[in-house]
Design a protein around this ligand. Structure first.
Ligand SMILES: NC(=O)c1ccc[n+]([C@@H]2O[C@H](COP(=O)([O-])OP(=O)(O)OC[C@H]3O[C@@H](n4cnc5c(N)ncnc54)[C@H](OP(=O)(O)O)[C@@H]3O)[C@@H](O)[C@H]2O)c1
Length: 306
């Protein structure tokens, strides 16, 4: 980070972060609050979240309220991380997913454009159909297989049309300093000494939300715009991810873990099979790659399991 500050002259920026209470939003607050002025919004109060100079509750489906909050904070950058990100919930509630993920993004993009702020939009590997045999590049055709993915493709289109200055950052399988829902589930199941089984035919790149936050700061300070894939290096199945979590937590039980297919899980939404993302553009833009995902998993769990 010292090197980045030197390269970018350590410019402090006023950020408005939507979805500041979520995994990505709160990880960005943790990573950015020492160097920048941060304001946040979420649908519900932010509780004990530290590092914000200001916070407002705001439903992004309400365009007038979004415009009002943005006008008060006058950000240089709006980091738009608010979304309905629960893939199965989106499948059950497609109208709500459309209102929040597409219309909400339109409101945020309009606010950014009116204020002349840079819009950073967080998108996902689920914009792709998962049928490819190599990691997806930014210009590969999209082909979402579920409601969540379709709303994110539409939202990307809105961002490109409405916000003159924007960065669309696609990432995958995020976990934070305290882990993620999946990590906690794996650790809980291992602790209960039940037979373990994880999906081996769904592949992507587990990514530390703190690493993503630093990468976003870097892209912004370097003045990059366009669409870019940002993940930890390497690819894994849910099975590989679970094995690494257990190794990092010293919970290898030797009992063996079953490999199952994603079709064995009865979920509301279909999942694309192979959605690892190619990070060449990020490397070209910044001169570096994010660390391997295994290292990031160990870093995430090291606070809990030493
Ligand atoms: N998690 C992943 O693995 C992953 C992977 C790739 C991309 N992404 C993308 O990253 C972004 C952030 O995801 P996340 O994992 O941080 O999600 P998250 O933990 O579920 O957090 C979502 C955030 O959005 C807010 N929000 C939801 N509906 C809202 C509304 N109508 N108005 C205002 N705020 C609202 C939530 O606030 P309340 O709690 O107050 O409702 C919360 O702060 C999303 O765009 C997602 O598509 C996530």
């Amino acid at each position: 980070m010292a090197e980045l500050e030197a390269r970018t002259r350590g410019c402090a920026v006023r950020w408005l972060i939507t979805g500041v209470t979520g995994l990505v939003g709160s990880s960005c607050v943790e990573a950015l609050s020492k160097r920048h002025t941060l304001h946040g919004l979420a649908r519900r109060p932010a509780g004990g979240l530290k590092g914000l100079a200001g916070f407002e509750t705001c439903d992004i489906a309400d365009g007038r309220r979004v415009e009002e909050v943005a006008r008060v904070f006058q950000p240089d950058v709006i980091l738009h991380a608010a979304a309905l990100a629960d893939v199965d919930y989106c499948e059950r509630e497609p109208d709500l997913a459309q209102r929040v993920n597409v219309e909400g993004t339109r409101h945020v993009a309009q606010a950014a454009d009116t204020l002349g702020a840079l819009l950073v939009f967080i998108s996902t590997d689920y914009v792709f159909d998962g049928k490819g045999s190599r990691p997806y590049r930014e210009d590969d055709p999209t082909g979402p297989v579920n409601v969540y993915g379709r709303t994110k493709v539409q939202a990307e289109g809105v961002v490109r049309r409405v916000a003159e200055r924007h960065v669309i950052v696609r990432s995958t399988w995020l976990f934070g300093a305290g882990g993620s829902v999946f990590m906690r589930q794996v650790l809980k199941e291992a602790g209960e000494k039940r037979p373990l089984s994880y999906v081996a035919d769904k592949i992507s790149s587990p990514t530390h939300a703190g690493d993503l936050a630093e990468a976003i700061e870097e892209l912004v300070l370097l003045g990059r715009t366009g669409t870019v894939h940002v993940t930890n290096a390497g690819a894994a199945s849910w099975y590989d991810f679970a094995c690494e979590i257990l190794r990092a937590a010293h919970l290898e039980n030797g009992a063996g873990i079953q490999r199952i297919s994603r079709r064995d899980l009865r979920r509301d939404a279909l999942r694309p099979a192979m959605t690892a993302l190619d990070n060449s553009r990020f490397k070209e833009w910044t001169g570096r790659a994010l660390r391997p995902w295994q290292e990031a998993v160990r870093a995430s769990l090291s606070a809990v399991y030493r």
